[in-house]
Design a protein around this ligand. Structure first.
Ligand code: HEM
Ligand SMILES: *[C@@H]1O[C@H](CO)[C@@H](O)[C@H](O)[C@H]1NC(C)=O
Length: 529
C-alpha cells in the first residue's frame, strides 16, 4: 500500500518539477513532421500520455492514423527514452523481417521480465534465443504434439468447461466469461506444458469460496505477470528497481509469486528426471530433445540444477506466451458475436451443419480445420482486438526505416496491431467494423493476408510458435460453446448504440472488470445436457 503511494508521490513530484521547469525556462515546442504532437523538450510526450492512459491504444491509433506515413516519433520524459511507433505495414515488415537482426527485445524488456522468465525463449535474444527456438519449433510441429493438444482441449472441454456452463444455464447464474476462459486456457496450457493439471477452473464453481484459502499456481502466475508487465509500462524504471532493492510493496509480492512458480516448476522437472516412459508434454519433450539432439545445449550446463533451471525458463516462457492470449482473443470474439447477431447466426449454422447427426462428442482436429466461417470470425476478432496490441523492439544500431524515419541505436521501435486494424489505409473504409467476410473468398474459403498487414501473431523469425495451437483451441471452445448455448452479454451495451467495453493493458489486452454473461441452452439442440 505505502509502496504504491510512494510510486505516485515520486512520479508526481518528478512530473511537477519538470513541468514548472519547463514553464520557466523553455520556449514552446514546435510541431514537426512525424512527431507525436508537441513533444515537450523536457517532458517529451509524458503529459498527453498520462492524460490518455485509460484509452492509450485508441489515442495511439489516432496519432498513427493522422501521421502521413503512419509512423510517429515518441519521446519519454527527461530524454530517458525515445523511439518510434508505427502502423505502417512496410515498416512492420522491415522491423520483423528484413532487418530482423537490428531489432531486438532489448535490455529494458528483458530486465523487466527476467525475474519471471529468466533466459526463456520469450525473453532471450541472439544465440540463446536461436538455440531454444530451433528445438521448440521442431517439437511444436510434430504430429504427436498436435494430437496431444487436441486431446487435452477436448477432454477439458468435456469435463470442465461444458459442465460449468450447463450448470450456469440451469440456474441462470451470471458468469464472468473472461475469468472462466482465462482459467480454462491456463489449465489447458499447463497440462500441455508440464503434463500436470493445476485445476484452476472448478466445475462446481467453488473457486469463489476457495479464494484466499490457498495461494494457487494460477494466482501466483497471474500476479507475477501483472507486476512484471507493470514494470514495463512504468514511465520511469528506477521506481520498480528501488522497490525491488528494498523488497517492498509489489516487488515483495512478485518475489513471493516467483518463488512459488519456481518451486512448482523445479519440482515437476525433478520428478520427470525419474520417469521411464517418455510423456507427451512440452517439458518432457524439451528434456529429451536436449539429451538426444542438442549437444551444444547440453554442453552449456555445468550440472543438473542448471539444466533444470534452463528447462524451467523455456517452459515458463511458453506458459506466459499462451496463458492469456487465446482467452483474450476468445473474450473479444464472444463479445463481438453478441453485438453482431448476423455473424453469430452464420457461425452457428456452420457448426450445426458439421455436427448434424454426430454424437455429442467434441469436434476433432480435421473437422475444426474445415470451419472456414468460424476461422474468419475469430481472425476478424483478433484483428480488431489483437491480444498483443502493441509489441516493442529496440534498435541495436542506427537505421532508416522504409518510410524515411530515422532511428538511432537504443531507441525503441514499436508496432501496434491494434492501430493497424483501425487504419483506413491498411483495411479500407470499413476498417473499424467487424466483417468476417473480408477473410473469405467467393467460395467461402478462408484467405489469409500478408503478415505485414496482420502482425497479430508477430512475423519473421520470431513469429508466434503457438499460432496453430491457438486457433485449434479457440475454434474448439467457440464451437463447443456456440453449438449448445446462447451467450447473452451484459456489459458494454447501453442504449441503442453498442459501446465497446473498456479494456486494460497488461502484457495482453484484457477486458476491464468482468465480462458478465448469461448462458442459455439453445432450444434447437436436440439432446439436453
Ligand atoms: C491468439 C493467441 C496468440 C496470439 C495472438 C499470439 C501472439 C504472439 C506474438 C505477438 C508474439 C511475439 C511476441 C514478442 O516477441 O514480443 C508471440 C510469440 C510467441 N508465442 Fe504466441 N500468441 C498466441 C498464442 C500462443 C500460444 C497458445 C502459444 C504456445 C503455447 C504461443 C507461443 C509463443 C511463443 C513461444 C512465442 C515466442 C517466440 C519467439 O520469441 O521466438 N503463443 N505470440
Ligand atoms: C539494417 O540495419 C542496419 C543497422 O544495423 C543498417 O545499417 C542497414 O542499412 C539496415 N538494412 C536494411 C536492409 O535496411
Amino acid at each position: 500500500m505505502e509502496a504504491t503511494n510512494l510510486t505516485y508521490l515520486t512520479l508526481s513530484i518528478s512530473i511537477l518539477t519538470s513541468f514548472i521547469l519547463y514553464l520557466l525556462l523553455l520556449r514552446p515546442p514546435t510541431k514537426s513532421r512525424n512527431h507525436c504532437p508537441f513533444p515537450n523538450p523536457l517532458l517529451g510526450n509524458l503529459v498527453p500520455f498520462l492524460r490518455n492512459r485509460h484509452r492509450f491504444l485508441d489515442w495511439a491509433s489516432d496519432l498513427l492514423s493522422t501521421s502521413p506515413t503512419a509512423t510517429i516519433e515518441v519521446r519519454g520524459p527527461l530524454g530517458l527514452s525515445r523511439g518510434v511507433g508505427t502502423a505502417n505495414p512496410l515498416v512492420v515488415d522491415h522491423l520483423l523481417r528484413f532487418n530482423f537482426s537490428n531489432y531486438v527485445k532489448g535490455d529494458r524488456t528483458s530486465t523487466a521480465l527476467s525475474d519471471l522468465l529468466g533466459n526463456g525463449i520469450f525473453n532471450a535474444d541472439g544465440h540463446l534465443w536461436a538455440l531454444q527456438r530451433k528445438t521448440a519449433s521442431r517439437e511444436f510441429t510434430t504430429r504427436s504434439l498436435k494430437s496431444f493438444i487436441t486431446d487435452v482441449v477436448r477432454s477439458q472441454l468435456r469435463n470442465r468447461l461444458l459442465p460449468l456452463l450447463s450448470a450456469a444455464a440451469d440456474t441462470g447464474e451470471l458468469l464472468d466469461l473472461q475469468d472462466v476462459l482465462r482459467r480454462f486456457s491456463f489449465d489447458n496450457l499447463c497440462t500441455i506444458a508440464f503434463g500436470t493439471d493445476p485445476f484452476s477452473l472448478h466445475h462446481d464453481n467453488s473457486q469463489h469460496q476457495s479464494h484466499g484459502q490457498h495461494y494457487s499456481f494460477f494466482q501466483a502466475f497471474d500476479e507475477a505477470v501483472e507486476i512484471s508487465s507493470a514494470r514495463l509500462l512504468s514511465p520511469v524504471p528506477w521506481v520498480w528497481k528501488a522497490k525491488k532493492f528494498f523488497n517492498i510493496g509489489s516487488e515483495r509480492r512478485l518475489r513471493g509469486a516467483i518463488k512459488l512458480i519456481d518451486d512448482y516448476a523445479m519440482h515437476i522437472t525433478a520428478l520427470k528426471e525419474e520417469e521411464e516412459v517418455k510423456k507427451q508434454d512440452l517439458l518432457s519433450r524439451f528434456m529429451s530433445a536436449i539429451e538426444e539432439e542438442d549437444s551444444e545445449l547440453c554442453a552449456m550446463f555445468k550440472d543438473k540444477k542448471e539444466k533444470r533451471k534452463f528447462l524451467r525458463d523455456t517452459v515458463i516462457s511458453f506458459v506466459l506466451a499462451g496463458k492469456d492470449s487465446t482467452s483474450s482473443g476468445l473474450t473479444w470474439f464472444f463479445w463481438l458475436l453478441a453485438v453482431n447477431p448476423r455473424c453469430e447466426k452464420r457461425v452457428h449454422q456452420e457448426i450445426s451443419q458439421l455436427v448434424e447427426g454426430e454424437e455429442e462428442d467434441e469436434l476433432g482436429y480435421d473437422e475444426l480445420k474445415g470451419m472456414h466461417y468460424l476461422h474468419a470470425a475469430i481472425t476478424e476478432a483478433l484483428r480488431l482486438y489483437p491480444p498483443v496490441p502493441i509489441d516493442s523492439r529496440v534498435a541495436a544500431a542506427d537505421d532508416v526505416l522504409p518510410d524515411g524515419t530515422r532511428v538511432k541505436a537504443g531507441w525503441f521501435a514499436d508496432y501496434s496491431a491494434y492501430a493497424m486494424a483501425r487504419n483506413e489505409r491498411v483495411w479500407g473504409k470499413d476498417c473499424c467494423e467487424f466483417v468476417p467476410e473480408r477473410w473469405l473468398d467467393g467460395k467461402g474459403e478462408f484467405v489469409g493476408v500478408e503478415t505485414a498487414s496482420f502482425p497479430v501473431f508477430h512475423a519473421g523469425p520470431r513469429t508466434c510458435l503457438g499460432r496453430e495451437m491457438a486457433y485449434m483451441q479457440m475454434k474448439a471452445v467457440a464451437a463447443a460453446v456456440l453449438r449448445r448455448f446462447e451467450v447473452e452479454v451484459l456489459v458494454g451495451s447501453g442504449g441503442g448504440e453498442v459501446a465497446p467495453p473498456p479494456y486494460e493493458m497488461s502484457l495482453t489486452l484484457r477486458m476491464k472488470g468482468a465480462f458478465t454473461v448469461r448462458v442459455r441452452r439453445r432450444v434447437e439442440t436436440s439432446s439436453a445436457r
